[in-house]
Design a protein around this ligand. Structure first.
Ligand code: 16G
Ligand code: MG
Length: 550
């Protein structure tokens, strides 16, 4: 077929470094930007095939999120604005790793397996990119891939990841979710925010101002564009806005969460990540102490607000919060015992949380690192709308606030801009300071670290990554140790993004003298944590020795 000939010829312009092997990980491909040209071209091909297969528009976002400027990456977006379905992640990996001579065979295989009819089929792919210097040429490579299979494409240029998810969803629902343009996105969210904050007439000037760390990335650019639409309802002071500093360098959501530090004297501040799908809040107290309000605190604030509105509106909708194993134990306890909301645990990675959240009328999902959003079922949205139309007084007021919240939330994926506006609106409506929000519960002291191992697959987990299955004996060793500590909890999981094993532990107190004495003698480390790192290394050595014997 002539088409395969053309694809083969064009792919030679995007040569694959021989032997390079990459994997479509938790959030797509990510590595040094110099090694990605062929991956981008091939993801253009894959998105086109997926578009034919689903008879819908597919998105391709060029970004490496919070990674350093030198890296880049790509993630595909499915028709409803959700992440690419796992079955196709496998194809993505196969395509990216096929040597030049094999590419057409792998493509034909995919076409056959998915029964894709290449004749008379329309395909359309939306492409977006972040501000990295490599992103423009890499998104051109994606566009080349789409053209090679005769697909149509629309290049949205510089957009945040959540904005591209929004565009894909808007178009595939024929405008049902909103207008598929950045202006449409700005208007929809701004109008909802303005309506919501009208319910907080006593907002002080202080409450209307927010410091935003844009990670020197696309979020800063887009938030600046959006400001006029907010009509003064929120005054944003942007720093790390990309005019001076380097992307994600000593700034951004990942830096703040990992380093637990902020510029001094900052009152209420938030940080985005490099593609603006992640947000954390923080402030410094009078003693200059840093306080972080992470995804767990955000989920608590939002779910409390929504639950109170449901009660006021007299709506019987099932609300749940979805977390990962990284959620601080205090947050889970507060949500279950005080708020009486259902809490579920999912595997790390937005797509896993999204999936679980879809099981409820209202699913609030957040990773502790600040990725998250809220999902409303169709039925829930209809009931809210109906109540707005049919009720009056306090019930109608609550229903209207719920309706405006639905409009403000980007349901396709976690969105730093949309989350920020929702949080600001809630704080305003509840007349709450960031300190009062922080005081809802106190985090258990916790530590996390990565342990470099030669093969992270030595660790296998179950129960949403909270328990290890292999190597044998590791879980029992962790259990024995954790038992000795009040509110102790610890788990080990292989990373989905780098070749490391991650270790997390938390307990009621930070110092565990006996263990520190026994193991690494580090005065301020949680003993469990130190011990688990020790276990991982020991078990890995054991495992490798065992493999070699075989
Ligand atoms: C990716 C995920 C993030 C997750 C992280 C875990 C998306 C959009 N991003 O960045 O949700 O927390 O991976 O990384 O899904 P790890 O597996 O290396 O710990
Ligand atoms: Mg990100």
């Amino acid at each position: 077929m002539a088409q395969w000939q053309e694809v083969s010829e064009k792919s030679k312009l995007h040569p694959k470094p021989v032997g390079l092997v990459l994997q479509y990980g938790t959030a797509g491909f990510r590595t040094n930007a110099d090694h990605l040209d062929h991956v981008m071209f091939r993801m253009g091909l894959l998105a086109t095939l997926r578009s034919i297969n689903t008879k819908a528009i597919i998105g391709v976002m060029v970004t490496a999120s919070h990674n350093p400027e030198e890296d880049n990456g790509v993630k595909l977006i499915d028709p409803m604005g959700e992440m690419l379905t796992p079955a196709w992640e496998v194809y993505a990996t196969q395509l990216a790793n096929a040597e030049q001579d094999h590419l057409i065979t792998v493509l034909k295989d995919l076409v056959q397996k998915e029964s894709i009819d290449l004749t008379n089929q329309e395909a359309e792919v939306f492409v977006g990119r972040d501000t990295r210097s490599s992103s423009a040429r890499l998104s051109d490579a994606v566009l080349d891939g789409v053209t090679a299979l005769d697909g149509r494409s629309k290049d949205y240029g510089l957009v945040t990841t959540p904005q591209l998810h929004y565009m894909v969803c808007c178009c595939n629902t024929r405008g049902g979710y909103g207008k598929a343009s950045v202006e449409g996105y700005y208007s929809k969210l701004s109008q909802a925010f303005i309506q919501l904050t009208k319910s907080a007439p006593n907002r002080t000037d202080d409450q209307k101002c927010l410091l935003v760390d844009g990670a020197n990335g696309i979020g800063a650019l887009k938030l600046r564009e959006m400001e006029p639409y907010l009509q003064g309802a929120l005054k944003v002071s942007l720093f790390c806005d990309g005019t001076g500093g380097k992307l994600n360098h000593q700034c951004g959501a990942d830096f703040v969460k990992v380093q637990q530090n902020s510029p001094k004297g900052i009152n209420r501040c938030c940080s985005f990540d490099g593609d603006a799908d992640r947000i954390v809040y923080y402030y410094s107290d009078d003693h200059g102490r840093f306080h972080l309000l992470d995804g767990d605190k955000i989920a608590t604030l939002i779910s409390t607000f929504l639950k109170e509105l449901l009660t006021k509106a007299g709506l019987d909708l099932k609300i749940a919060v979805v977390q990962t194993a990284y959620a601080n134990g205090s947050s889970t306890r507060y949500l279950e015992d005080t708020m009486k909301v259902i809490v579920r645990c999912a595997k790390t990675g937005v797509k896993h949380l999204h999936h679980v959240a879809q099981e409820f009328d209202i699913g609030v999902y957040f990773e502790a690192n600040g990725h998250g959003t809220v999902l409303f079922s169709k039925a829930a949205e209809e009931k809210i709308q109906q109540l707005c139309d049919d009720s009056e007084g306090e019930r109608q007021g609550a229903a209207t606030l719920l309706k405006n919240s639905v409009d403000l939330i980007n349901q396709t994926v976690g969105d730093a801009i949309s989350d920020m506006l929702l949080i600001e609106a809630i704080l305003a409506i509840k007349g709450m300071t960031v300190q009062q929000w922080d005081a809802i519960y106190t985090d258990l002291p916790n530590r996390q670290l990565k342990v470099k191992v030669s093969d992270r697959r030595v660790i296998d987990t179950k129960d949403a990554e909270r328990k290890t299955v292999s190597p044998a004996g590791l879980q029992e060793a962790i259990d024995r140790l954790v038992e000795r500590h009040q509110d102790g909890r610890s788990f080990v999981r292989p990373s989905g993004t780098e070749d490391v094993v991650r270790v997390y532990s938390e307990a009621a107190t930070q110092v565990t003298r006996l263990l520190n004495h026994l193991y690494l003698n580090q005065p301020l480390h949680t003993g469990v944590f130190t011990f688990v790192c020790f276990c991982v290394c020991r078990f890995e050595r054991h495992f490798i020795k065992h493999c070699r014997c075989l």
